[in-house]
Every structure is written in C-alpha cells, then in structure tokens.
Design a protein around this ligand. Structure first.
Ligand code: HEC
Ligand SMILES: [Cu+2]
Length: 327
C-alpha cells in the first residue's frame, strides 16, 4: 500500500513518463527504472555542479584582491538566501531518496508470475540449476518471462552480476540471497562475478541464455532424455560429466588455455615440473591422486588452490579416462 502511494506520488512529482506509466500499471521494469534513476541523478548532479562551480570561478576573478591591504566587505548574512539554499536542496534530496527507494523496491519485489532457478558460485565458476533440476555450468538457460535466481556460494563471497538487466547480488556462503530480472528478448547476456574472490576471479564469466518458450521446453526434454540414459555411459562420457559437474572447468580449460590451473587437454603423457623441482610424467595414477589430494604433488607456477574431491574409485577412473580422450 505505502509502496503504491509512493510510486504514484513519484510519478506525479517528477519521474519521466515511461516510468510513471510503468508505476501506474504496477508493472515494475527494473531496467527502465534503473536507467531513469541514473539519468535523474546524472542531470541533478550536473546542474548542481554547474550552479556551484560557474559562479565560484566568476567570483574568484570578480572579487579578487586588487590592491595591497584591501579588505573585503563585511556581510552579516542573508536570511532569505539561507532559507532558499536549505529548502531547495532538501526537496531535491528527498525526491532522489524517494526515487531510490522505489527503484530498490522494484529490484527486490519479485512479480508473482515468475519461475525460480538457482545459481551457486564457486572458485571459479557458476553452477546453474533449472526449475527441473538440470545443472549447467556457466550457462543459465531460461524462457522469456520473469526469473527469480536464488543465490548461494560453495566457498567464498562471489557476486552474481547481470549488467544487461541492471542487477546484481552477492553470493554468500551459508546464506541464501536472490535477485530477479525480466527476460524479455531471446538472446545471450553476460554474467560476471563482481566480487574479487581469488586468482581465478576474472575467469568467472558466464551467460544467461534467454530462449523462446517452445525452444526452452525442447531443451529441457532433450536434457531429460539424455540423463535417463546415463546408466549405460562409457567411463569417458561419465568422466566428462563429472568434470563438468565437479566444477573443474572453473579453473581448467580443455582447449589449451591456462586459467587458474593448467589446461586439462593433452595431459596424459605430458611431463610436468613440480613445486619441489622434480619432473614427473603425468599418467592416470597422477591424475587420480591429484583429484583426491591436490597438495601431495603441487605443480610449479600456480597457486595451490585446487580443492580435494573424495570420489568413488570408478569416478576417479572415469575422469582419467575422459582426460585421455581430450588431446
Ligand atoms: C579452484 C580451482 C581448481 C579446481 C576447482 C580444480 N583444480 Fe585442478 N588444479 C588447479 C591448480 C591451480 C592446479 C595447479 C597447481 C597445483 O597443482 O596445485 C591444478 C592442477 C591439476 C592437475 C595437474 C595438471 C598438470 O598439468 O599437472 C590436474 C590433473 C587437475 N588439476 C585436475 C582437476 C580436476 C579433474 C578437477 C575437478 C575434479 C580439478 N582439477 C578442479 C586448480 C583447480
Ligand atoms: Cu567470484
């Protein structure tokens, strides 16, 4: 109720027409609201800056001391002026404050008709979960509509930032946060981590893929069909799935690129220098040991941030089998 009153008041007071229309229809559009908000602040800031600076520069020259021992006029004050320059900025600040609060509400109030997805940050990447429970790495697929994203983190504080949708929110370990956005146009939109979280922070790049409703449903069906056949997987296919699921790709490339850790392709048979200067030739046993106990044989030239993973024996073997297949 109070929020509605504030919205209408604001619409009547000074916010531009598109936002006022949105407010009246009770269809908050955070992108428009935010853009408007930014423009209002920018205009007010520039005007205030000019109103202060231009006369300042002018007076500096006009009233500069011209003769030695010259004294300035003694001015007691001017009540009318003082009232004016107290009241006018106060009104401006209150208006900006009210507008900020309304935009904040738009960003926090999730519209009733929305679908809910989940994003989990880790060092260094994002696991995304569709409402059907399909996990994708660094790729959030959603149909056109309002999307609420529930956020959490596996390790340190990350920040899920969606610049195209003018919103972002921290991902805090042990806490549940959320944001929402309105996906209107099918397309790809960038996702960044906006909280410095470690040496691989800059590789936390992901995307939101907004799809037409039919395309999204077809994608869900194809994923579900694929997962119902997992029982019959060969080890290397299972290994590929594990590498994707366990977040290895947040730190490792598979096309020769160095991220926080070395690339995982062409690894088996490669010789590697360890931190203590020893040379090893990487084989399946080395890979399996690395996953279970990454600190046992640290590789030279990297910071040793790889987390251990306790897996079943056949899972270690599956990952090793997969790494053998990527050259
Ligand atoms: C948080 C980042 C991170 C994650 C997640 C991670 N690693 Fe690593 N990994 C590293 C770093 C850094 C190194 C090199 C430094 C070291 O050995 O301590 C490394 C080294 C390796 C090596 C040795 C590579 C070589 O050239 O000698 C293998 C194999 C490996 N990781 C596999 C995996 C697998 C499989 C997973 C997923 C289960 C995984 N890593 C998850 C950071 C990570
Ligand atoms: Cu991060």
């Amino acid at each position: 109720m109070l929020k509605q009153v504030v919205r209408l008041l604001m619409a009547a007071l000074f916010v531009s027409i598109p936002y006022a229309a949105a407010a009246a229809e009770r269809l908050p559009d955070p992108v428009k609201a935010w853009n408007n908000h930014f423009k209002t602040w920018a205009v007010v800031s520039i005007v205030v800056y000019l109103v202060v600076t231009v006369p300042l520069i002018y007076f500096v020259f006009k009233y500069k001391r011209r003769k030695k021992d010259e004294n300035g006029a003694y001015i007691e004050g001017n009540t009318a002026l003082e009232i004016l320059w107290t009241i006018v900025p106060m009104i401006i600040i209150i208006m900006l404050g009210v507008q900020s609060w309304a935009v904040f509400n738009d960003l926090r109030d999730v519209p009733k008709d929305h679908i809910e997805v989940k994003a989990v940050g880790f060092m260094y990447g994002f696991e995304m979960y569709s409402p059907e429970g399909i996990m994708t790495l660094n790729e959030l697929r959603v149909p056109v509509g309002n999307i609420k994203v529930n956020l959490s983190s596996k390790d340190v504080i990350h920040d899920f930032a969606l610049p195209a949708f003018r919103t972002r929110e921290d991902m805090v370990p042990g806490e549940n946060t959320y944001l929402w956005f309105s996906a209107k146009e099918p397309g790809e939109y960038p996702v960044y981590c906006a909280e410095f979280c470690g040496s691989g922070h800059s590789s936390m790049l992901a995307k939101v893929i907004v799809m037409k409703k039919e395309d999204y449903e077809a994608w869900v069906k194809s994923k579900q069909a694929a997962s119902s056949t997992t029982a019959a997987l060969t080890p290397d296919v299972k290994g590929k799935e594990l590498v994707e699921k366990l977040g290895c790709l947040g730190c490792h490339g598979i096309a020769g690129e160095t991220k926080a850790g070395p690339a995982l392709n062409g690894l088996i048979g490669k010789s590697e220098e360890l931190e203590d200067g020893k040379k090893v030739v990487i084989d399946e046993a080395f890979v399996m040991e690395k996953i279970a106990d990454p600190k046992a044989k640290p590789v030279k030239g990297f910071s040793h941030i790889m987390p251990p993973n306790a897996l079943a024996k056949e899972d270690y073997e599956a990952i090793a089998a997969y790494l053998k297949t990527i050259k």
